[in-house]
Design a protein. Structure first.
Length: 116
């Protein structure tokens, strides 16, 4: 399984970005997928996840602003980020969740910088 994240960039506070994560694999539809981020000098943190049935979970810090979605026909998971804040500045990673609850495959990361 390979994951390729894209869509990061520089945006002003209050703006929006949409991240994409293209995933190889014949059974993408069955993969629970997640987004994580790591800000400079901080540990990586959970952002959002989506199950195969579309069930979504969000970190409290992004609820109401970020939306995770998936297009199984395109083997892609998205993270729509609205009302961006400087605290959202980080490298964002997509990941595939393993059966044991951890994440076993990771993308290379895409950098998001929010200017205030």
């Amino acid at each position: 399984v390979q994951l390729q994240a894209s869509g990061g960039g520089l945006v002003q506070a209050g703006g929006s970005l949409r991240l994409s994560c293209a995933v190889s694999g014949r059974t993408f539809w069955s993969y629970p997928m997640g987004w994580f981020r790591q800000a400079p000098g901080k540990e990586r943190e959970f952002v959002a996840a989506i199950r195969w049935d579309g069930t979504r979970m969000y970190a409290d810090s992004v609820k109401g602003r970020f939306t995770i979605s998936r297009d199984n026909a395109k083997n892609t998971v998205y993270l729509q980020m609205n009302s961006l804040e400087s605290e959202d500045t980080a490298v964002y990673y997509c990941a595939k969740r393993a059966n044991n609850g951890g994440y076993d495959y990771w993308g290379q990361g895409t950098e998001v910088t929010v200017s205030s």
